[in-house]
Design a protein around this ligand. Structure first.
Ligand code: ADP
Ligand code: MG
Length: 227
């Protein structure tokens, strides 16, 4: 899974583009229930990742994800910097190399737990966790289809709209936080959508098959599609 430098480059660029291209939308969401900086925060972090892409993509996948996490912690700021940073740092620490489907699911679960601990929060508080938790639950239940995982993440972000925020800046608004999608939930769905798109765009023997196979090493160990 994502074993070549070209594949790592595609993945990291897709993750970065997903938030940079939606920065205005993320900022609008944060304008409604926060301080209007989420788009700016996230795109600052991921622009720094892109500035360092040559170095990061040359690393093995766990180290590359860790390097993304370190950059986000240093550059994003706000509440979301340490939280998204923790997500990528823990993915990097937990992902085996080479990864198989079971390793990916375990790493995603460990990353979710790390974000919960870092934010002292749980799903249901109208945060990024309300997207991450159902996606990890689906992975644990055996869902391997990138398109369905991506759609699930989008629906989970939208499902934060009627929630009342119990954590983060939006919680200061109390009842008035109801009726708006949480910005961090939306950026989480964008990142998951980008990762899923890279996996499903790969050739049948490549990354998509890796994830779908639920496979031990067969497809997961297959060479990546060309550049
Ligand atoms: P700030 O709130 O400092 O301005 P951002 O606007 O960049 O930071 O990020 C806000 C997002 O961070 C929220 O939409 C929410 O998803 C997430 N968030 C904030 N606090 C927590 C927390 N304790 N646990 C999980 N996620 C949180
Ligand atoms: Mg904010």
């Amino acid at each position: 899974m994502i074993r070549s430098e070209a594949a790592r480059r595609r993945l990291i660029r897709a993750l970065a583009d997903s938030v940079i291209l939606h920065a205005e939308e993320l900022t609008r969401l944060d304008q409604a229930i926060g301080d209007a900086d989420h788009g700016l925060n996230m795109s600052r972090g991921f622009r720094a990742v892109l500035d360092d892409l040559d170095r990061i993509a040359a690393l093995a996948l766990p180290q590359a994800l860790g390097a993304v996490g370190t950059t986000l912690v240093m550059k994003v700021g706000g509440a979301s910097g340490p939280l998204f940073g923790t997500l990528f740092l823990q993915l990097g620490k937990s992902l085996p190399e080479p990864a198989d489907a079971a390793g990916l699911v375990a790493a995603a679960a460990a990353a979710l737990d790390a974000v919960r601990a870092r934010g002292k929060s749980d799903p249901g508080a109208k945060t990024m966790l309300d997207v991450l938790a159902p996606v990890v639950a689906a992975l644990r239940a055996g869902e391997r289809d990138p398109a369905r995982l991506s759609a699930l993440a989008d629906a989970a972000a939208e499902a934060t709209r009627p929630m009342r925020a119990l954590r983060g800046r939006a919680s200061f608004l109390g009842e008035r936080s109801i009726g708006h999608v949480d910005p961090g939930a939306r950026s989480s769905a964008l990142l998951i959508g980008a990762a899923c798109a890279v996996l499903s765009a790969a050739a049948p023997t490549g990354e998509a098959a890796d994830l779908q196979a639920g496979a031990s090493d067969g497809a997961f160990g297959a060479p990546d599609a060309g550049p």
